[in-house]
Design a protein around this ligand. Structure first.
Ligand code: IMP
Ligand code: MG
Length: 177
């Protein structure tokens, strides 16, 4: 698939995305107060969301990055989560906030939450997603925080890619299949 920028239909504006991120950050600030958290950003897709989100967080925090993939170059989940790099510090006794771009089948969320909870005895493990594609869930998992619920469309922009492209677009569009 080779899509052109002009084929992208606008879906979520930059302003809406930023407003919703601020709202979720306020919830996280209220829930954690001044407790330290580890923000685990799931690369590559969550990079834009994570950097926007942490700017609004007020508690002491440290950022870690893991790299997982489940879509490859396709427009639907392969059904298998591939961990490319999952090196993490000792998270025993820590508040962990996993930050993802989108929760779709839920496989990635489940894989990473299970990985962290089976390797560490955290104080808390929470999952925060920019987008929730609730209609496509295959495993029973809900994000603790999410910004925007979305329809079953292939979305591109603000970190979400199409064959590696368009992560840099500041809004989110969709591709008509
Ligand atoms: P899940 O494991 O099926 O929940 O999928 C999560 C991952 O699939 C996300 O981290 C994204 O990288 C990717 N993904 C899901 N939906 C889309 C989409 O609409 N556009 C681009 N990537 C997506
Ligand atoms: Mg992702």
């Amino acid at each position: 698939m080779n899509i052109k920028l002009e084929d992208l239909k606008p879906y979520l504006s930059e302003q809406l995305i930023q407003e919703k991120i601020k709202e979720v950050a306020e919830k996280i600030n209220n829930d954690f107060g001044n407790e330290h958290i580890y923000v685990i950003c799931v690369l590559k897709g969550a990079v834009m969301f994570a950097t926007s989100l942490v700017k609004h967080l007020k508690m002491p925090l440290q950022m870690e990055f893991v790299r997982l993939s489940s879509y490859g170059n396709s427009t639907s989940s392969s059904g298998k989560v591939n961990s490319v790099d999952i090196s993490l510090p000792n998270l025993n006794g820590e508040n962990v906030l996993i930050v993802e771009d989108i929760i779709d089948t839920g496989l990635t969320a489940k894989f990473l939450t299970d990985f962290i909870n089976s390797n560490f005895k955290t104080k808390s493990t929470k999952f925060c997603s920019l987008l929730d594609k609730r209609c496509c869930r295959k495993v029973d998992i809900e994000p603790d925080y999410y910004c925007i619920e979305v329809d079953n469309k292939f979305l591109v922009g603000f970190g979400l890619d199409c064959e590696g492209y368009y992560r840099n677009i500041p809004y989110i569009g969709y591709v008509e299949m």
